[in-house]
Write a protein that binds this ligand. Structure first.
Ligand code: TXA
Ligand code: MG
Length: 350
């Protein structure tokens, strides 16, 4: 399949791009587009054949449900049979924005996009390209991240092109993806709201609006320990580059020493090694590639850099990546959640 790739120019010439993308979506095709979190791979959410193409293009397991993107809060009532007080408050506080809510679904939402669950994930993105695409097409857009299943989510057009060129109808390029990790997912379908996936909107922010908020134990836990995540997608190996990723955590000096020791061992074996570090330690490493994720104080920058950093190791043929751990007060929790998955839970404590 030939994939049309169009760059948003932020002038009148964009009209044509939105028209073309809208036609593709209305006719059951696939369009990748930027959002404020990561790039999404969109199809008409209510068209089962169209959403089936998403699973095929990504190689995604069919029990892993999709998020439905809307452009108007009123559409909650179309998709959910139980838009409760919590949902109204959360939409008021965080939409449009990087927040997905899980609610009981109406029959109009096909089982094939909810993995057979009685609930549906809904998000109203704030990114102007995403919002305009939903409005122009007039369809609700089911969109997972626009990566091959299991790989790091795309935060740049080049990542989408790498994974999806030839597999989908169109890619809208606009490198204004800002946050860099996927939306916070909160389950509002039961009595106590529960975070199923951490993101830019934190537990504290949700508590300010909702009162008590729980966190699914699988968020930082280990599926191998028998904790099954409520978001089906969180149980799969995820976000991984081809390289083997290991996290080293503990006292800063010891972490640097341990990582250098591991790098040296691997290099003696003839392997290419990479390091992911905070700026403060970036000068301390001997490796084939050192990626500086920004200052230890800047969790948002680490989030923005994370997926591009993971992908960059593959571009350089790195076989082993040793990563420092990052602070988890705010969006850093989402960073560590993704990094732990990328590392397949391999964490060395020093
Ligand atoms: O920021 C984002 O959320 C991006 C952009 C494109 O909007 N989308 C995204 O989609 O991250 P995806 O498919 O990569 O992740 C969706 C997650 C999966 O872990 C899935 O299992 C979970 O949402 N999910 C979807 N519907 C659900 C439901 N009804 N109940 C529980 N989890 C659900
Ligand atoms: Mg994803």
């Amino acid at each position: 399949m030939d994939t049309v790739i169009k760059k948003i120019m932020h002038d009148d010439s964009d009209d044509e791009i939105y028209e073309q993308a809208a036609e593709i979506l209305k006719n059951g095709g696939l369009v990748a587009f930027p959002t404020e979190t990561v790039y999404g791979l969109g199809a008409d959410a209510l068209d089962e054949k169209a959403s089936a193409k998403i699973y095929a293009a990504k190689g995604r397991p069919s029990d892993n449900p999709l998020i439905v993107h809307i452009a108007d809060k009123k559409d909650l009532e179309v998709l959910s049979c139980d838009v409760n007080d919590m949902a109204v408050k959360v939409a008021e506080a965080f939409w449009p924005g990087p927040l997905t809510m899980i609610l009981k679904k109406k029959d109009i939402v096909p089982d094939s996009i909810t993995g057979g669950l009685g609930t549906v994930a809904i998000r109203m993105p704030s990114h102007p390209v995403a919002a305009r695409l939903i409005k122009t097409s007039g369809v609700y857009i089911a969109a997972p991240s626009a990566n091959i299943s299991g790989k790091p989510s795309p935060t740049k057009a080049e990542h989408v092109i790498h994974d999806m060129n030839g597999r989908i109808d169109m890619i809208i390029a606009d490198d204004t993806v800002d946050i860099g990790v996927e939306s916070t997912i909160v389950d509002l379908s039961e009595d106590v709201p529960t975070i199923l996936r951490p993101g830019f909107i934190t537990k504290k922010q949700l508590e300010d609006v909702l009162g008590e908020v729980k966190v699914d134990p699988a968020v930082m836990g280990n599926v191998a320990d028998g904790i099954v995540p409520k978001a089906p997608g969180m149980k799969y190996k995820h976000y991984s580059p081809d390289a083997n990723v290991v996290i080293v955590t503990g006292d800063s000096d010891k972490v640097v020493g341990k990582i250098n020791e591991l790098c040296e061992l691997r290099r003696k074996e003839g392997k290419r090694v990479g390091v992911m570090t905070v700026s403060e330690d970036a000068g301390c490493y001997n490796a084939d590639k050192v990626v500086d994720m920004g200052s230890r104080c800047d969790e948002a920058l680490a989030a923005k850099n994370l997926f591009a950093a993971l992908r960059s190791f593959d571009e350089d043929g790195i076989q082993y990546v040793y990563s420092e751990s990052f602070p988890t007060d705010n969006v850093g929790q989402a960073v560590m959640n993704r990094l732990i998955k990328a590392a397949g839970h391999t964490i060395i404590k020093v």
